[in-house]
Design a binder for this molecule. Structure first.
Ligand SMILES: N[C@@H](CCC(=O)N[C@@H](CS)C(=O)NCC(=O)O)C(=O)O
Length: 216
């Protein structure tokens, strides 16, 4: 069985845990505590020299980069519905995975750090940092919003690993205070498609970075 070294509260770990559930690939979770910095300990860095989570071990094979883990797991399971084999559909999914990792995650991450992480650690958001990121965020969100016009899912008729990857950086969109008002296709896709998936519900992260639902 796959071993996944992760902290389920982080963007790229939730991505992998939700994605593996969508794929239908079983895994054993090895908890690496992000806030105490276990990803920087030598034992973990022997697996992932980037000192970041997640990492995957399958027998003797070690893999890091969350999107590569999803591609590997989908191919291992042979789940062509969530990672289609058709040449152009697969290229399209791969394109969104690369765009997510190189552009979308870094932009959404600024909002996560400023509006969630810093206040939680006793600091406060830096308005100038948020303001400096705003134009880039809107440029990227507009690209994804345009793609989602008239579609329930990013590629094809059903959910693929691209939907999970793209949703992960905005998983705490309310708490992150992502400026989404002018991107209504994106909001509809996130709230009515992705957030209704069982794999997404099972991996919910709540405000305060906890997987325990707040007391009613
Ligand atoms: N491109 C990598 C990014 C991994 C990454 O940045 N992980 C974050 C958590 S979401 C992390 O562990 N950062 C290390 C740190 O902040 O010390 C992937 O997709 O796996």
């Amino acid at each position: 069985m796959l071993k996944i070294y992760a902290d389920p509260i982080t963007v790229n770990c939730r991505k992998v845990l939700a994605g593996l559930d969508l794929i239908g690939e079983p895994y054993e979770l090895v908890h690496v505590d992000y806030f105490t910095g276990q990803q920087k300990e030598p034992a973990y860095m022997a697996l992932n020299p980037n000192a970041s989570v997640p990492a995957m071990v399958d027998g003797d094979f070690v893999l890091w980069e969350s999107n590569a883990i999803l591609q590997y797991a989908a191919d291992k399971r042979g789940n062509d519905a969530v990672y289609p084999r058709d040449l152009q559909t697969r290229a399209d999914v791969n394109r969104w995975l690369l765009w997510e990792s190189s552009s979308w995650f870094p932009s959404c991450y600024v909002f996560l750090v400023e509006n969630c992480v810093k206040p939680l650690l006793g600091g406060s958001a830096d308005a100038s940092v948020l303001q400096a990121q705003e134009a880039q965020f809107h440029k990227l969100a507009s690209i994804l919003d345009a793609r989602l016009a008239g579609r329930d899912w990013v590629a094809g008729a059903g959910p693929t690993i691209a939907d999970i990857a793209l949703a992960a950086p905005m998983h705490l969109h309310g708490w992150q205070q992502l400026p989404l008002a002018q991107h209504q296709n994106l909001v509809r896709w996130m709230t009515r498609s992705v957030e209704q998936l069982p794999c997404w519900k099972k991996t919910t992260v709540y405000q305060g970075f906890t997987t325990t639902p707040p007391a009613a």
